[in-house]
Design a protein around this ligand. Structure first.
Ligand code: PHE
Length: 450
């Protein structure tokens, strides 16, 4: 397959697209509840450490491969490996990535559908004056309604595929430009409000004062998985975006900006949500519903709270939309290279992911008692195994490929920071990022050894 000629229209557009992919449910929905389940501060500390020590080098590796290959992930890995006389089977790494994005998108669309429902409930005034108990109860009632959950999941899949069918580089640039900053602004407002609530001090302590005696292999694995999930790495999704990266752009600068923003959004939403949790004596370990209970409680107590809550869900929806477009892109780009046109490929991918998404969608109602492994529902399984195991595993293989298979000259060219910068990245990747990922993954397999 020939190299793609499409490029993001500017350097800024590339950064916006990657930020759009990174910032999403991972920061605002997943971070608080997974941190809640893993003790708070220690999880946060490990997550930040993993973003820096492994996330950044792997993110660079992934975009670098896309940029050097200038093709969709499967084709890029095969071509780059063959150029170096290595097996085209390296493309299986991208195949594994596609499996991961498929599974992630299946639940991502379901949970984004919850946001659609919450937006509509807010607009209908359902949260105005509601008590904390009523708000908690409303989530249970909604999740127990299979039709409504599936309807919202379907709507969200349609929204995603409509953009991917047209081609992402011409997609949401302009909207991205001003909607994402608005979301950050609203989060800041929420944190300022949170600072006036009684639970604020406890929230800060919970998030920033680690109890090292609570360290377990599971916390470490979850923190690594979350770092990869929130940075959108390990599944070849950013690799697909790297293929459209302009020639004259600094990869390192883009990656650092995105990582800083990504952590910042998680911190803001963590502080806001845990302030509500502690002010209202909610349970921080209550799981995936945490954000959907905490936010309506927080906003409904604020001046102009209900319109702001509506705005928040709208902006959150936009953030999840840009992430899900990134999740769909590698699948659609990889299969729409031959006879299949992009819209048809998007239709096929959309239908398959939609069907797979029915399993997590129905996990709170029709399939609540179906627990295939270790007492977990489909929702529990698909929201933990692909992010926590598949992404680090995929990231490991991507980093290995970039550091050991990819032509060093091509790699250095794609990185674009000169030989000493390339040397630094190569050594951090080889001797820090890769061994650490291996160690963490092994610790998941043999918890007793650690
Ligand atoms: N980073 C996205 C989020 O935080 C999710 C994502 C994961 C996107 C993997 C692409 C690839 O919501």
């Amino acid at each position: 397959m020939k190299e793609v000629v499409d490029r993001w229209s500017s350097r800024r557009a590339f950064i916006l697209a990657v930020t759009g992919a990174a910032v999403g449910l991972g920061n605002i929905w997943r971070f608080p509840y997974v941190a809640g389940e893993n003790g708070g501060a220690l999880f946060f500390l490990l997550y930040v450490f993993f973003v820096l020590a492994m996330g950044l080098p792997v993110m660079i590796a992934e975009i670098m491969i896309g940029r050097a290959g200038r093709r969709p992930p499967i084709q890029a890995l095969a071509a780059l490996a063959q150029e170096r006389g290595r097996s085209a089977k390296w493309s299986w790494v991208a195949g594994f990535g596609l499996l991961t994005v498929f599974l992630v998108l299946s639940f991502y669309s379901v949970v984004s559908g919850w946001s659609i429902e919450y937006l509509s409930s807010t607009v209908q005034g359902k949260f105005a004056g509601a008590s904390a108990e009523n708000i908690s109860h409303a989530l249970d009632v909604f999740l127990a309604n299979p039709w409504l959950v599936v309807l919202n999941h379907s709507l969200f899949m349609l929204l995603t595929m409509a953009v991917v069918a047209k081609g992402v580089s011409s997609g949401l640039e302009r909207l991205n430009n001003w909607l994402m900053p608005l979301l950050y602004l609203l989060l800041v407002v929420l944190v300022i409000y949170a600072a006036t609530t009684p639970g604020f001090g406890e929230a800060l302590k919970w998030l920033f004062s680690p109890k090292f005696e609570e360290l377990t292999p599971l916390v470490v694995v979850n923190a690594l998985g979350h770092a990869f999930f929130t940075l959108a790495i390990g599944a070849c999704a950013l690799m697909a975006y790297g293929a459209y990266m302009p020639e004259d752009q600094s990869l390192v600068k883009a990656v650092v900006i995105v990582a800083v923003l990504d952590v910042l959004v998680a911190v803001l939403s963590g502080v806001a949500i845990f302030s509500v949790v502690f002010s209202h004596h909610l349970d921080p370990t209550s799981g995936p519903g945490l954000m959907f209970v905490a936010l309506p409680i927080a906003f409904s107590a604020m001046p102009f709270g209900i319109p702001l809550l509506g705005a928040f869900f709208l902006l959150l929806l936009f953030a999840t939309w840009t992430s899900s477009i990134n999740l769909a892109e590698p699948m659609v780009a990889s299969i729409s290279t031959g006879r299949l046109s992009r819209p048809v490929a998007a239709l096929i991918v959309g239908l398959c992911v939609w069907a797979a998404g029915l399993l997590p969608a129905l996990s709170f109602s029709t399939l609540a008692n179906v627990r295939p492994i270790a007492g977990m529902t489909f929702f529990d399984l698909v929201t933990s195994v692909p992010p926590d195991i598949f992404l680090p595993l995929g990231g490991l293989m991507i980093a290995w490929f970039a550091a050991n298979v990819l032509d060093p000259e091509k790699a250095a060219g794609a990185l674009g920071v000169g030989t000493s910068g390339f040397w630094l990245w190569l050594h951090i990747t080889r001797y820090v990022a890769i061994p650490l990922v291996v160690l963490v993954l092994l610790s998941a397999l043999v918890p007793k050894l650690i």
